[in-house]
Design a protein around this ligand. Structure first.
Ligand code: CP3
Length: 351
């Protein structure tokens, strides 16, 4: 049975906070906690390519569990990548070490987009199995499933790889709206199916990463992007799991990103949580937003910053402590463990 229904995770601090409650300790997890900051991860990955690791259920499950064991965080996040469902739908994409997702050929024209095929449900078997194995080990600790939002996926598909300002994608949405809509609609259904598979296999919450959406104006976001993000999360709306929505540099977009129908907003480190809460209304639970740059600062500096984040988070109805973006690879893992201890100490709650 699903862990939210059989009682394993329904009363966990993470799920309570995502539903707007204040558990006795502040729940905490870290975006990109499963990965290169951990020596045990690097050891397991030797000789295995990133996407092959994602599609090996034994490996994806073990890598997901590593940071949960080591840090005592309040959630696991499934080890995968936003481009995994694209690969499973037949797109020629690879993850190049130190660079990120790279396409065999970019998708820029109506003819390119017409070659895209839907994701066959059977292709998701390695994901379903990886999640099921992980959830069986996690007990009362919830697993968060995730997916990339259509715009962030399109930022890779149209550019053909990582880009600084996603200019070609931002051109296409205006230059050829019909092709743009077809591409984003395809991406919404592929990424939505990836989310749904993770929830059905036992994930207790999901996070939609629209990492690069901060490059858009509110008008472009609302008219050219938001309908497709809504289409993506519609794939899980009947399943009753909390949905978190996150992007980088989204101070001006927070309200529009919440309005697609999500439960929790992730906030990056550019905007203090009390300001974010004033923009969204205090009823919206927030997640964030430790500045990743401070992970390498002396502990007293980082400690004061974490306590300030927790204090500002009190402006919202509920708060899940996290970073403002992912864990940098060079982070000392002991620093992450120390942040978890601080968040779980009674003093941090009553500060
Ligand atoms: O702990 C976790 O967060 C779980 C796993 C996870 C990965 N990617 C593994 C990964 C998650 C949630 C992601 C999401 C992801 N992937 C996003 C959204 C989150 C964000 O950071 O904004 C994006 C934009 C991607 C695309 C991507 N994948 C990039 C840009 C890169 C290169 C940068 C990097 O960190 O190396 C990747 C590769 C990637 N994804 C790695 C890992 C562990 C590194 C690959 C390796 O170890 O060789």
């Amino acid at each position: 049975m699903h862990p939210l229904i059989d009682g394993r995770t329904a009363d966990s601090p993470l799920i309570r906070a995502y539903r707007g409650d204040r558990p006795s300790t502040t729940p905490v997890w870290f975006m990109r906690q499963a990965g290169r900051s951990l020596p045990e991860y690097r050891a397991l990955r030797v000789g295995t390519k990133m996407l092959d690791a994602c599609l090996d259920p034994e490996l994806s499950s073990e890598i997901t569990l590593q940071p949960v064991r080591r840090h005592g965080v309040d959630a696991g996040i499934f080890f995968s990548d936003i481009v995994v469902p694209l690969r499973l739908a037949g797109v020629d994409v690879d993850i190049v070490p130190g660079r990120g997702p790279v396409l065999g050929a970019p998708l820029r024209t109506a003819a390119d987009v017409a070659t895209l095929r839907p994701l066959e449900p059977d292709a998701l078997a390695p994901i379903t199995e990886g999640v099921a194995r992980t959830v069986a080990e996690l007990g009362n600790t919830p697993l968060i499933g995730f997916a990339g939002a259509p715009f962030t996926l399109a930022a890779y598909l149209v550019e053909g790889g990582p880009s600084k300002d996603h200019l070609r994608a931002r051109t296409l949405m205006h230059a050829d709206p019909a092709t743009w809509d077809a591409l984003l609609s395809w991406a919404a259904d592929v990424t939505g199916a990836f989310l749904r598979a993770q929830v059905l296999a036992g994930a207790s919450a999901v996070q939609l990463f629209d990492s690069w959406v901060g490059s858009l104006s509110v008008a472009d976001y609302e008219s050219r992007v938001a309908p497709f993000s809504r289409q993506a999360i519609a794939h899980v709306s009947d399943l009753g799991v909390p949905v978190v929505h996150f992007g980088v540099g989204t101070g001006e977009l927070l309200r529009s990103m919440h309005a697609i129908g999500v439960d929790v907003m992730g906030v990056d480190d550019r905007l203090p949580l009390d300001t974010a809460s004033a923009r969204l209304g205090s009823a919206v639970p927030l997640q964030g937003n430790i500045n990743p740059a401070l992970l390498a600062a002396p502990w007293p500096v980082l400690e004061a910053h974490v306590l300030d984040v927790i204090e500002r988070g009190r402006a919202a109805s509920a708060h899940v402590l996290n970073l403002g973006h992912g864990v940098p690879p060079e982070t000392d893992p002991d620093v992450l463990t120390r942040i978890v201890r601080l968040a779980h100490a009674p003093a941090a709650v009553h500060a």
